[in-house]
Every structure is written in C-alpha cells, then in structure tokens.
Design a protein around this ligand. Structure first.
Ligand code: UT7
Length: 368
C-alpha cells in the first residue's frame, strides 16, 4: 500500500514587538517610502529578551498539534529549520523537544537558510513515505534580528523574527506532499553569510571588531539569483508531480522582497493574486516565512481543502527549492487533545530528569 505524507496541523507565532519603517528611519539613514517601494515591507516583528527560536517554535508547534489533534508524545520526529540557532550545538530542535515533552521524538536542526523549510518538509515527508515514521513536526523558526547590524541600512530593513510549524502524518489516502526539488550552488556562498563564530572564524576580539558576527549580503547579486530560480523551480516541481500551472491554486513564495515575487509572477505569467504575500507585516523571516504565510492564508480562508499549491524559496548557500502539495487538512481522529496541557508536564519532566541526572552523577562519582 502506498503511504502519503499529509500536512495535518499548522501554527505560527511572531513576537509582539513591532518595528515600523519609521522606527528604522530613526536609527539608520532610510525612510518608509524607500523601504516600501524597494521591498514591499511596512514593518517587522522583533524578538524581545527572553524570546528565542525555541520559544517561538513551541508556541507555533502547540497550535499545529492542536489543529492536528495530536499529543507531543505522539511525535516520531522534530526537524527545526533555522539559520539563527540558539547554540552551535545542541540543536534547537532538542530544546523544542524538551519544552514540548515530545518523549518519543528524534530531533535535529536543518540549515539551508531561507530554503530550509522546503528542505525540512521534504525530509519529513520522505521519512513518512518510506514507512520509517508516522508523524513529524517541521518548524521554521528565526530570530535573525540578533545577527542584524543595525547600522547597515541595506540589511537591517529586511529581516524580522517569527516561527511557523506544520505537523505531517502518514495516510493511505492520496494527497499531502506531492513532489519536491532541492538545489544548491556553493559558488555563491560568499553572497549572504554570517562569517564569525563558526570554526573557520571562531569568535575573537578581532571578529567582533570587524563585525563578522553580523549578516553580510550582496543584495543585488542575491536579488538577481532569486529572480532566476523562483519560476524555474516552480515549473520543475510541477513537472515532477505531473501537474500543470493551471492545476495550481496558490504559489507560496519565500517572503523576501515584493519585487522578487513580482518577477516570479511575470516569469510564470501568473497574476499576483495567485501568490500568497504577507511580507508587508513580517519582513523577511527567512526559513519561517513560507510556513507563516501559509498559516495566515489558511486562517483567512484563502487556502482551502483540496487546493493544490507550490511553496518555493531561495536563500544563502546558495540554496533553492520548491515543494508541491495538495491541501487536505487534519486526519479524522477521535476526542480532543489539548497539547498545551502537556507543556506543564514537560517542564516537570525536564526538571525531574535533570535532578535524576544530578543524583546519578553523584552516585557514579562515588563508585569511581
Ligand atoms: O532571504 C534572502 C535574503 N536576501 C534577499 O532577498 C535580498 C535580495 N535583494 C534585495 O531585496 C535588494 O537588493 C535590496 C532591498 C537589498 C536592495 O534594493 P536595491 O533596489 O537592489 O537597491 P541597491 O542596493 O541597488 O541600492 C540603490 C540605492 C543605493 O544608493 P545609490 O548608490 O544609488 O546612491 C543605496 O545606497 O539605494 C540606497 N539604499 C538605501 N536607501 C535608503 C540602500 N539601502 C537603502 C535604504 N534606504 N535602506
């Protein structure tokens, strides 16, 4: 029997704190008109102290689990796509696993920059289709504002923070993820980067002094690359799924710049109305942008059960990719699960496990 990977739950979360274009014009030489005309962005949400990729991800994940009517303990796998991990290691996905109390789940991070959510969704769908797992939580979560140079007007106007989460589940009914394509070209690795703090340029006074811990970007080159690949990846993924552009209700593009989305629309000869766009409110939230745009569109009633859509993104690496899906909604299930109640148990469980580890450590040391 063929197994399909359905997207059965969805949720998003954005920090409450908003930074408008006018707010930015008070800290760098820019203005609302320039930012709106050149990017389409009106404002972005910025994480406050105490808000991290894991906390935003957990808020989004609890909503997604509630829609799917699934307990955190039902999950087999958690993939967190992020370019702003809380640590180099451990993986942010493990922090999410602990905060959710997803006791059965394997957890890892995936880094493919702004294309990461498409890569992660594809990996989870493949694992479900192969029969090795039954359910997965895929999250795109970013607090890239922590890596923004607030003196660099060419980058600080673009990025915002947020998280989007999908639950994927196995089903014998056709639908869900239909096809995916993933591409990379590392010859463009220098075009969009955070150089400092990794093992090539470990953090030193000099890396800090040179601002190597900030996002650096050749905006024009990235723009040109993006306009080339958005339409081609969309057509390629449709061909893999045996679909035509006419079969597709929605394109959900990476929310980087309205002019890039406009170029993709022209390349595909589609009206802008067929593209889901919410970058005016959130800016570029990197790997979170596609799931956040999807969740808003579902909640507004734009994306409906039975719709077919293509998610398409590009980013640092360089990476790009697309994924075609049929929107089927939650699987039939009995009763009502309240995933947020598991959160309290998760906190308690985490404390108890730490305490047990402490006591075990003392006993083990005595034995030595
Ligand atoms: O997830 C992937 C992430 N990256 C992207 O998607 C970035 C893709 N690139 C872009 O979106 C665009 O290249 C930018 C929005 C970054 C820049 O827009 P642009 O239309 O390519 O502007 P530009 O860099 O060619 O600059 C045009 C002018 C320059 O002034 P001069 O040299 O013509 O006098 C810039 O100095 O605009 C100036 N400028 C600004 N002016 C006001 C650059 N940034 C700003 C600013 N406010 N924030």
């Amino acid at each position: 029997m063929t197994t399909y990977a359905h997207i059965t739950g969805w949720g998003m979360s954005a920090p409450e704190s908003i930074m408008t274009n006018d707010d930015l014009s008070k800290i760098v030489e820019t203005n609302d008109q320039w930012i709106r005309e050149r990017t389409g962005i009106h404002q972005r949400h910025i994480a406050k102290d105490g808000e991290f990729p894991s906390t935003l991800a957990v808020q989004a994940a609890l909503k997604a689990l509630k829609v799917a009517n699934l307990r955190p303990t039902d999950l087999d796998l958690i993939i967190c796509s992020t370019s702003s991990p809380e640590y180099i290691f451990p993986a942010t996905a493990c922090l999410i696993q602990d905060q959710l109390g997803a006791t059965k789940a394997g957890a890892f991070d995936l880094l493919a920059a702004c294309s990461g959510f498409i890569y992660a969704l594809n990996m989870a769908a493949q694992a479900i289709r192969s029969g090795s797992i039954k359910s997965a939580l895929v999250i795109g979560s970013e607090t890239l504002s922590r890596f923004v140079n607030w003196k660099d007007r060419s980058t600080c106007i673009l990025f915002g923070d947020g998280a989007g989460a999908f639950v994927l589940q196995a089903s014998d009914q056709p639908g869900g993820v239909l096809s995916a394509v993933m591409h990379s070209d590392g010859s463009g690795s220098n075009l969009l980067t955070i150089e400092g703090g990794g093992s090539r340029h470990p953090a030193t006074e000099a890396t800090l002094h040179d601002g190597r811990h900030f996002i650096q970007m050749d905006g024009n080159e990235v723009f040109r690359f993006a306009t080339r690949v958005m339409a081609s990846a969309t057509l390629e993924v449709l061909e893999c799924a045996g679909l035509k552009l006419e079969d597709i209700n929605w394109i959900v593009p990476h929310q980087a710049n309205i002019r890039i989305i406009g170029a993709a629309a022209r390349g595909l000869k589609l009206p802008m109305e067929r593209f889901i766009v919410n970058l005016q409110e959130y800016g570029n939230t990197s790997t979170a942008s596609i799931p956040m745009a999807m969740v808003e569109a579902i909640e507004k009633g734009q994306i409906k059960t039975g719709d077919k859509l293509v998610m398409v993104g590009f980013g640092a690496g360089l990476t790009w990719g697309a994924l075609a899906a049929e929107w089927t909604g939650p699987l039939p299930s009995k009763g009502h699960v309240h995933p947020e109640q598991y959160r309290r148990f998760a906190r308690l469980r985490s404390l108890v496990r730490r305490a047990i580890r402490f006591v075990e450590g003392l006993l083990y040391r005595r034995e030595l």
